[in-house]
Design a protein around this ligand. Structure first.
Ligand SMILES: Nc1ncnc2c1ncn2[C@@H]1O[C@H](COP(=O)(O)OP(=O)(O)OP(=O)(O)O)[C@@H](O)[C@H]1O
Ligand SMILES: [Mg+2]
Length: 272
């Protein structure tokens, strides 16, 4: 009686497959029956080498996959609603307010011509209404909450005045605090940052997930990050999910040869 059971997953991707249409009109398959679940209140890592389909699957959750991607099968259930059946309006209602995402290149997601505070305030008003003044107050609070020093002054600065780590914090503030989603997806949130800043950002993500009761999906290459912070792990390779399980099980008893290779490669990196 599957329908009657209360699911412990906020999001369930089921048999999601698709291909890119190339210039000749041919189809190049890239996702093959991708299935994974994001358990409510947990941090799930999606790991795998470059090109394995991690971002494409996550973008599909928000309905922002590239237009040349053609789905051939699958469902993406959020609170038991198939997101793939929603029209543009239905998706807009969910994007940001229910599901928000920090993109792979966070700094590029900030608009260079507006101050960071203004951008946070605008998104706040979009989702929650209210005056510009009240929204700016929320923006400064959000910057402070993600440990940006002197948040009032920083709110008046432009993205180019932010370091990479600070821009990432600002994007996390936008996605997790201003939008107030139930599901937060972060695509490579620490890639390209210094190691100490990486671990600060990870701490922030864990702390926000726990304190706000978020369900978090963390896409990453970095298995070191996963071991320390994540509850569940999904391993992808070449457009397929090859293994899923608790972080503890994946790290101590990886069943799939690809996961074993990924783990031993990362241990070699750590030892180096
Ligand atoms: N716009 C696009 N047009 C054609 N192919 C694409 C496009 N975007 C992605 N792909 C292909 O789809 C596959 C999955 O890409 P995806 O970006 O999801 O990988 P990823 O796991 O996120 O990799 P990375 O770790 O490098 O971010 C890859 O083979 C990629 O080349
Ligand atoms: Mg990616």
């Amino acid at each position: 009686m599957r329908a009657a059971a209360v699911s412990d997953a906020l999001l369930e991707i089921e048999n999601y497959s698709g291909a890119f249409r190339n210039e000749d009109g041919g189809l190049v398959p890239v996702l093959h029956q991708v299935s994974y679940r994001l358990k409510t209140g947990k941090i799930t890592a999606v790991v795998g080498e470059t090109g394995s389909g991690k971002s494409l699957t996550a973008l599909s959750v928000l309905g922002i996959q590239p237009p040349t991607f053609v789905r051939s099968s699958g469902r993406i259930l959020f609170r038991s609603v198939d997101l793939l059946t929603l029209d543009a309006r239905g998706l807009r209602a969910i994007r940001g307010s229910e599901i928000s995402m920090v993109f792979q290149d966070a700094r590029a997601a900030l608009n260079p011509v507006f101050t960071v505070g203004r951008q946070l305030a605008d998104v706040h008003r979009l989702h929650h209404g209210g005056s510009q003044r009240a929204a700016m107050k929320r923006a400064v609070e959000a910057l402070s909450r993600v440990s940006i020093p002197e948040p009032e002054r920083r709110a008046r600065q432009y993205p180019h005045e932010y370091s990479g780590g600070m821009a990432q914090r600002a994007m996390i503030a936008m996605a997790a605090l201003i939008c107030q989603p139930s599901l937060l997806i972060l695509d490579e949130p620490t890639t390209g940052l210094d190691v100490t800043i990486q671990s600060d950002i990870m701490e922030l993500i864990v702390e926000l997930t726990r304190s706000r009761g978020l369900t978090t999906c963390l896409i990453t290459h970095d298995l070191g990050v996963v071991a320390e912070t994540c509850d569940e792990v999904v391993v992808m390779n070449a457009g397929r999910v090859v293994e899923t399980g608790s972080a503890e099980a994946i790290f101590t008893r990886p069943a799939d040869p690809y996961t074993q290779r990924l783990l031993s490669a990362s241990q070699m990196l750590e030892a180096a």
